[in-house]
Write a protein that binds this ligand. Sequence first.
Ligand code: PFF
Length: 452
Amino acid sequence: ADPDFIASSERQGFSSRLGFVLAAAGSAVGLGNIWGFPTQVAQNGGAAFILMYLVMVAILAYPMLVAELTIGRMSKKNPMDALMSLSDKPHWKLIGKISGVTGILVVSLILSFYGIVSGWLMAFMGEPVARLAGMDGFADWLVGFSVSRNLITMAVFMVLTVLIVRSGVTDGVERWSKRLMPSLFILLMALAGYIATLPGAEEGLRMYFVPDLSKIFDPSLMVSAMGQAFFSLSLGTCAIMAYGSYLSQEENISSIAGMVAGLDTGVAILAGILIIPAMTIAQANGVEIYAADGSLLSSDALVFSVLPSLFHSMGDLGEYVAFAFFTLLTIAALTSSISMLEAPVNTACEKLNQPRGRMALLVGASIALISTIIILNFGALFGFVITLTTVYAQPMLALVFGLLLMWVASRNKVLQELKSGNPDMEQGLFWKIWPWYVKFVCPVLMLAVFLG
Ligand code: PFF
């Protein structure tokens, strides 16, 4: 029998292309899009940042996304075994193992801070409901910054994530992505459409779409755009690799990656159409959006204070808008957090030969423990963990994954893998460019951006 068939029939996978694309786009679309991207635009020269971001997605993140999906599907194993199986040579196996373990640790650390922030978003989602129900004391607790609020809301969010992941890829990840992602698209369009009709919105739209071209080649803008692109496409973490290992052999990886990158970028741009005008409207209504030194307020101040002040100034209707807005953010966060948990859970199940339910609980609880440590040492750890994982680890690991695939794995195997689901590939432009591009150009580009 075909060993691939046996291996894939033992592992549950995605049942349809739509299911896969929505799940992978669900991983990609998250706080990075709806919150990170617009605030980065606002802080970095408006549309100049959008342009540089589009360039970074096209020239770096998309090729790396193809690489990570390919590594996953080539092995049909958890990320650690996938990276180890790229070569038969013991030293490359060791490097594969080290980068796999690092990737699993990094994605777990990302989930540990993501879970805290997502807990806040859920709290802000609950607040308008509590206000409308007349429970003002509870509403105040929800939006106050306290250890108890942070711990409890983080725990609730982590329980939701664990519940979805323990149900498996088809019945958990795929089913929930298919429910949540369409709701996210509808909510986002409805909210962006609503904000655009408010007086003062054009000012924000102008700032968003008219680039300050003098800033475009600013090195710090380029580093931010690169980091944002890697974070947004969930690269350098094993999350996409784990999803790729469940992708059917009939699918064309390069076009699937194109759909995922396209959806992710589309949602980020749409989110800016919602957030940036909301900021300028809030400013016109007297809410401060600049700090004393003239720089824009921090991004968490925008989400947790500027926008809520705007919503509150709109009366009862504002409570509904606030509820819709934070529901949107919570949904986006949840489809990302399940992809972060899937990678370590999948690895734990396959390496320790344990049932998924038990591993989901165990890994989820361990990550919640890390979140608890961060909450208890917030000032020292929160920013540190974010910078360590997203600014340094993600781009570096993505680079290592790409190098292992192109320099270490056999070129024939990579070709076979990409051809599966795309039989005419060798005639197309993609195959002529992509391999040497990931091999030579991506590392040089990334190094140049870092050194810059
Ligand atoms: N891509 C997600 C976002 O934009 O919010 C964040 C993310 C998900 C990062 C999954 C890393 C990851 F593995």
